[in-house]
Design a protein around this ligand. Structure first.
Ligand SMILES: Cc1ncc(COP(=O)(O)O)c(C=O)c1O
Length: 385
């Protein structure tokens, strides 16, 4: 395998001494990047297609050195990076990583497990349950979102996946009683400030585009959804023989920072057997602070609640936290039980298998980074950072 660069530089896939050596170098490289991050233009200045002109058309036949790759990162990749971690980055939404989050991410990559079922790595499942409970308590979420009962939390890749999985759970729950042929009658409600992730979920879940009620919100309520509008829409749909089944409320909309009146919306949802999901993707983090907790007052009426720890909670992307009141609604919609995944713990119903709470099978050990953020900064500091 010796190439022009000398065999010492050829990386073996699992050589611990090489990992030590190059891992140190990589950390130095990243630390230097952070040290100099303000010297880069925040927004990448490259033109579309720039990288095709700089990199070969096919993968190398023989190994190159880490130095060669890092050289290319400096000269070819970093110019095409928009520097999300720069203190001068103010686009989109905050997506702040941290040293603790980075260390957790590193550990997760290092341990390298794929924790889809409890048995594939019991610590991954159990730590996820524990940190989601910790955070639920910090947010003062209702008890029914904790893992000790029928509810519980799970880490998804994104708020979009969170909306999709709960919509599918809600859809299947309704269809079990209304009949599979009723799909075309199911109606979704939200304000026009809601993130496009909801529209995408509707598209994937097979909700008829004409059955998506995008209710107008205006400046008179700071762009919050008015409960009367929701009630009127639901009543009209019921009269038309349709089936209201899903409401997405918001705490912090992307374009207008609107906060919907959760308690009033939840009341309407409950009396009409509508699944009530609360999207607090970026703003939810702030609600660990007692002075902001009021923004999620009424969350006890929700069936599911989501916030992205990867947005404003110092946890490196991706780490989207979803809590559900009824975990069985999720697992009934998403579980599969092929022969090759069967194991004693799952068969005996003794454990949570997170594969049944999400779309993919494979899943990373993401709770490590959230755990490290919570432990290395502590709740008091996180409330003030
Ligand atoms: C309020 C809100 N909901 C949903 C999303 C979608 O987030 P994700 O990228 O995690 O799917 C965002 C992200 O911009 C958001 O701000």
């Amino acid at each position: 395998m010796e190439q022009g660069n000398g065999s010492r530089h050829v990386l073996k896939p699992m050589d611990s001494e090489q990992l030590r050596e190059y891992g140190h170098r990589m950390v130095d490289f990243i630390a230097d990047y952070y040290k100099t991050i303000e010297s880069f233009p925040v927004l990448s200045q490259v033109q579309p297609g720039y990288l095709h002109n700089l990199l070969p058309d096919s993968a190398p036949d023989h190994p190159e050195t880490v130095e060669q790759v890092l050289d290319d990162v400096k000269t070819k990749i970093l110019p095409g990076v928009t520097h999300w971690q720069s203190p001068n980055f103010f686009a989109y939404y905050p997506s702040n990583s941290s040293v603790a989050g980075f260390l957790g991410e590193m550990l997760s990559a290092g341990v390298g497990i794929v924790g889809f079922s409890w048995v594939t790595s019991p610590a991954a499942t159990e730590l996820e349950m524990i940190v989601l409970d910790w955070l639920a308590k910090l947010l003062n979420l209702p008890e029914h979102f904790l893992s000790k009962g029928n509810g519980g939390g799970v880490i998804q890749g994104s708020a979009s996946e969170a909306i999709l999985v709960v919509m599918i759970a809600a859809r299947d729950k309704v269809l079990r009683s209304a009949g599979k042929n009723s799909l075309g009658k199911l109606v979704v409600y939200s304000s026009d400030q809601t993130h496009s992730a909801l529209q995408k979920a509707c598209q994937i879940a097979g909700i008829h585009p004409e059955n998506c009620r995008v209710l107008k919100a205006d400046s008179s309520t700071n762009y919050a959804l008015r409960p009367e509008l929701l009630q009127e829409a639901v009543s009209r749909d019921l009269e038309a023989g349709l089936i209201p089944f899903f409401l997405c409320g918001n705490v912090g909309t992307t374009s207008s920072a609107a906060v919907d009146p959760l308690a009033a919306l939840g009341k309407i949802a409950k009396s009409n057997e509508i699944w009530f999901h609360v999207d607090a993707a970026y703003a939810g983090s702030a609600c660990i602070c007692p002075e902001y907790r009021q923004y999620i007052d009424g969350v006890e009426t929700a069936d599911s609640f989501n916030m992205n720890a990867h947005k404003w909670f110092l946890t490196n992307f991706d780490c989207s936290l979803l809590w559900v009141k009824d975990q069985h609604a999720l697992t009934e919609a998403l579980s599969t039980n092929p022969e090759f995944l069967k194991n004693k713990a799952s068969q005996a119903n003794l454990v949570v298998d997170y594969k049944d709470w999400q779309i993919p099978l494979g899943r990373r050990f993401r709770s490590l980074k959230l755990w490290m953020v919570l432990r290395l900064y502590g709740a008091e500091a996180l409330k003030t950072i």
